[in-house]
Design a binder for this molecule. Sequence first.
Ligand SMILES: [Zn+2]
Length: 394
Amino acid sequence: MHQAYFPYDFLSPRRIVFGWGRRAEIGPLARSLGRRAFVVCGSRTLERSGALGELLGLLARADVEARPLATITREPEVDDVDRAVAALRQAGVAEGDLLLAIGGGSAIDLAKAVAALVQNPQSDTVRDYLEGVGRGLKIERPPLPLMAVPTTAGTGSEATKNAVISCYDPPFKKSLRSDQMIPAIVLVDPELAVSVPPEVTAWTGMDAITQLIEAYITRKPNPVAQALAISGLEITGDAIVEAYRDGSSRDARQRMAHAALLSGMALANSGLGMAHGVAAALGVHCRVPHGLACAVMLPVAMRVNRPVREAQFARIGRALSGRRWPSQRAAAEVAVERVEEMCQAVGVPRWLSEIGVRREQIPALVAGSRGNSMNGNPRDLSDELMTALLEEML
Ligand SMILES: [Zn+2]
């Protein structure tokens, strides 16, 4: 391996329940964490399709009182967190309460932040706890127990220890992070993703693939995380393209949900890289959704890092293609080509101008891409190099 392998730590959810139709088990699972569940929901489609109603009915049958706390349909902002924490405090938190997140990464991140902050009242705003902004307060007391039910196969937030929170004035996108924030129970029912539209399937799926690749080649590796990452890439194969074309494909939805979960476990224990660094800046300066931003940046991030990670790229090439290649060089090239083909097949734009980026925004994007994700990138990338790379993508 390219880095010292030992020693290592590994954190993950206490219990993972995975399977088609297994949402039927939500009641007893929630009941094992408490009696009253504050629900953070991630999409109106869930409400409209009846899926949310079905889940709430199952909770009632298991003697869990469900209380709606928030519905969020975009990536969470400082105000969203502060408002939900205030509402929960007003409701009066008691013994036996839990948070239940049903939705994509946004809902799960919001629930994670709320569960942590309601138990840590040193400040009224999440901002004071975010990395690199505010007062640098820490999550000291254990958060309320949290159960995550992801409905998009993407961010892997159900298995990570951070919540990404945005602010547009002043512009930042930063993490609230604590080892204690990993959800206690994760219930993954890939059938819940059947109603996710193709575009969201593409973006969230590419986020998972970016996370698997960046966690695999990062300069902060962890042997368990890397084993999970490569296994996730093997199972992904063409599943993202299939799920994009046929949303009801059970095989594709299962493979993507599993890959997304593994990507979360991998990134929570290793590092990320350039694509995620720039994606945060694209989110806050150009309002590009996280998964789309990662997808646009991934091929470039791979080409930039390949010279220092040839052996890892060869392994990725074999995992994604499911076959051997005559040389390491050929296999490494396949890794990049496969990702470029995937992006094209699921309609990811190639140029930054196509996602609304203007030349004069590049200095802010370069500055805004620095942080925890970028620190995990295999190569050091100077401001000059980053500027040149982004300008080439206009
Ligand atoms: Zn991501």
